[in-house]
Design a protein around this ligand. Structure first.
Ligand SMILES: Cc1cc2nc3c(=O)[nH]c(=O)nc-3n(C[C@H](O)[C@H](O)[C@H](O)COP(=O)(O)OP(=O)(O)OC[C@H]3O[C@@H](n4cnc5c(N)ncnc54)[C@H](O)[C@@H]3O)c2cc1C
Length: 375
């Protein structure tokens, strides 16, 4: 991690601990978008973590992102998701450039603009990199008309990066669309976990100009695999390390503090000690893999993409396993909202099904190892 981003990451950890974590139970219970947590992060400059310094950001890379995402994800997974999708959007705008990129990036770094991605569609599901929605030329501009699904921060973000087929060709374009520029959001997020992430469907019918395109014409696929995928994979992996570490901390505290009538504690039972050890071993290993993949990504190592893909699978499966053990250790109390374990368990289940899903990643890792083209 570059020395310039160290104080910002430290500041993110402090905000996560002091402002994001206390709001997490309410965000989950009432399925609230984590507005105040995002404002607190914005005030510390965290929304500019991946924005280049020339546009007022911190110029951070994947190493800084994974530290920040772990901290926010541990405090509140819904906030971690929202922070992550904003950071992916910022990195995409910075990576693709475009006539208005500087304007978007400055507003993101200042904390005035929250970004997200509107890539997924019902018709292509987990294969978000192959949209059917096509941009049509109209009156010198581009009409984007159709439905995107699962848009995190839907209805709350200010700018939506929309992936579309470029006209009648097979190439892809990515456009930045403002939340007020002809977007209707459908319903509310009713998912098992990540209750506050507002991942809703969005109906687009808007006319944008070419200046709103991110990246050169037809270069959407390059942006998806060159920028979106690495940043998303690293960040989501780190959010899941955060979920696992939060579940571990709560479980250790509960096992140590829970006493029976004979004075003995849960932590004194050997099988419970083994369970705590398994949680620690799994979380620690996942964190190392994620940090290493981020380091390789920042260094532009040729093995970085496989490392990042593997880190997402490892970290999301680690979070599922650790939260499952946490539930068993904390027993009936863990099953109720008296402890945050049931929340962590629900939040952890989202990671594997978020695209690139773990099933698709296994295909891609195998292909990459065999020297076959990905996807
Ligand atoms: C909490 C949450 C937040 C999200 N946020 C965003 C967002 O901000 N922006 C956005 O664009 N999208 C977002 N998504 C969407 C997500 O990335 C996926 O596109 C979506 O979950 C796909 O769901 P589906 O039911 O259509 O999957 P389907 O395509 O129906 O897949 C179902 C299952 O089949 C498996 N499968 C399908 N094809 C293959 C294959 N070829 N090989 C192996 N396995 C396969 C998948 O792994 C998956 O487990 C979000 C999703 C969730 C759950």
């Amino acid at each position: 991690m570059s020395s310039a981003t160290v104080p910002l990451v430290e500041s993110v950890r402090e905000v996560a601990r002091e402002q994001v974590a206390p709001a997490a139970a309410g965000v989950d219970r009432d399925r609230l978008f984590p507005e105040s947590s995002m404002r607190a992060l914005a005030q510390r400059g965290a929304l500019g973590l991946l924005v280049p310094e020339t546009s007022g950001g911190a110029g951070g890379g994947l190493a800084a992102l994974v530290e920040a995402c772990e901290a926010v994800g541990a405090a509140c997974a819904s906030s971690g998701m929202v922070f992550l999708m904003h950071s992916v959007a910022a990195a995409t705008v910075a990576g693709g450039e475009g006539e208005r990129a500087g304007e978007y990036l400055e507003a993101m770094a200042a904390g005035d603009t929250l970004g997200t991605l509107a890539f997924s569609e019902r018709g292509t599901g987990a294969h978000f990199y192959a949209p059917e929605l096509a941009a049509e030329r109209e009156n010198g501009g581009v009409r984007i008309s159709g439905r995107k699904s699962f848009v995190t921060s839907g209805g709350h973000a200010d700018v939506y990066l929309v992936l579309v087929k470029a006209g009648d060709g097979e190439e892809l374009d990515c456009y930045a669309v403002g939340g007020d520029d002809g977007v209707q959001f459908e319903g509310s997020w009713e998912g098992l976990g990540m209750a506050g992430n507002s991942s809703v469907a969005a109906q687009f019918d808007c006319l944008v100009d070419d200046a709103a395109r991110i990246g050169a014409a037809g270069e959407g696929q390059g942006l998806v695999f060159g920028t979106v995928a690495p940043v998303f994979l690293a960040g989501l992996a780190a959010v899941n390390v955060g979920i696992a570490s939060a579940a571990l901390a709560t479980t250790v505290e509960h096992a140590s503090g829970r006493r029976y009538s004979d004075g003995g504690s849960l932590a004194e039972i050997q099988s419970i000690q083994h369970a705590l050890a398994d949680m620690e071993i799994t979380t620690r290993a996942a964190r190392l893999v994620v940090n290493d993949a981020a380091r390789l990504g920042d260094a532009g190592d040729e093995g970085a993409l496989v490392a990042l893909m593997a880190s997402k699978v490892i970290a999301t499966e680690a979070a599922t396993s650790v939260t499952q053990i946490a539930l068993e250790v904390c027993g009936g109390q863990g099953y109720t909202s008296a402890l945050p374990i049931e929340r962590h368990l629900r939040d952890a289940r989202a990671g594997a099904v978020m695209a690139p899903t773990n099933g698709v990643l296994r295909n891609w890792i195998g292909k990459a190892l065999a020297g076959l083209p990905v996807p």
